[in-house]
Ligand binder design. Structure first.
Ligand code: COA
Length: 193
């Protein structure tokens, strides 16, 4: 069997049952329909979606987003974890690995959290945990992150989680009519050694 096929099989096996990732304050777990109320607090907030090509979303759009996530998880080509705060079981936001490339053993991470919880280290905590999970347990060689250059908070989170600047992607994103370059950051399995 080709190595990439074997890797895909192993990846699928490790993702089934859907992994729960624990940190001191957070639980990363599967997204459920019941999470819509919590997720809406983030998706309807223009400050959260400012650097995203989507949103803000109303309730129906957030329901649709959750249904899309559930359908896409079936494909096995992307992942999505709800970021649940253990203390009160509130879902703060989402984090994912997508663009999974079985040949290069790489993936792209993305995340967003509700405004009310910013500045308390939650994004760094869940990014660090998912990065270690992706590189060690899922055996990815590399995880990349693509960030708008003005998104200082996210760039700081990436640095705190050990990601390094890799390259600039010209005219990569269109945000409400404005095209912008993006910065690609990355971390490799060997960085963890
Ligand atoms: C980016 C985001 C996930 C960060 O979440 P968070 O839980 O507040 O992140 P943390 O608390 O772990 O760390 C934030 C860091 O950014 C810093 N920061 C925040 N705003 C900043 C700004 N305007 N300029 C510079 N640094 C800033 C904080 O001081 C902190 O760094 P520190 O610990 O050294 O003080 C959150 O702001 C968010 O959801 N934004 C909208 C979605 C988004 O941009 N996603 C990323 C797309 S690439």
């Amino acid at each position: 069997m080709k190595p990439e096929k074997q890797f895909e099989r192993d990846f699928t096996r490790r993702m089934n049952p859907y992994p729960v990732i624990e940190t001191p304050r957070l639980r990363l777990r599967k997204v459920f329909r019941a999470d819509v109320d919590d997720l809406l607090k983030a998706t309807e907030d223009a400050r959260v979606t400012k650097y995203e090509p989507w949103g803000p979303y109303d309730r129906d759009e957030t329901v649709q987003m959750v249904e899309n996530i559930q359908a896409q998880l079936e494909s096995g080509l992307c992942t999505e974890w709800a970021v649940e705060r253990k203390e009160d079981a509130r879902v703060l936001g989402l984090i994912h690995l997508n663009k999974i490339d079985f040949f290069h053993r790489s993936a792209e991470v993305g995340y967003w959290l509700a405004r009310a919880c910013w500045g308390q280290g939650y994004a760094t905590e869940c990014l660090k945990a998912l990065t270690v999970y992706g590189l060690e347990t899922l055996r990815m060689d590399e995880i990349v992150a693509v960030c708008h250059p003005d998104n200082a908070a996210s760039l700081r989170v990436l640095e705190k989680a050990g990601y390094r600047y890799q390259k600039t992607l010209p005219a990569y994103i269109s945000l409400r009519g404005n095209t912008a370059d993006c910065l690609q950051y990355h971390i490799t399995r060997w960085d963890l050694l």
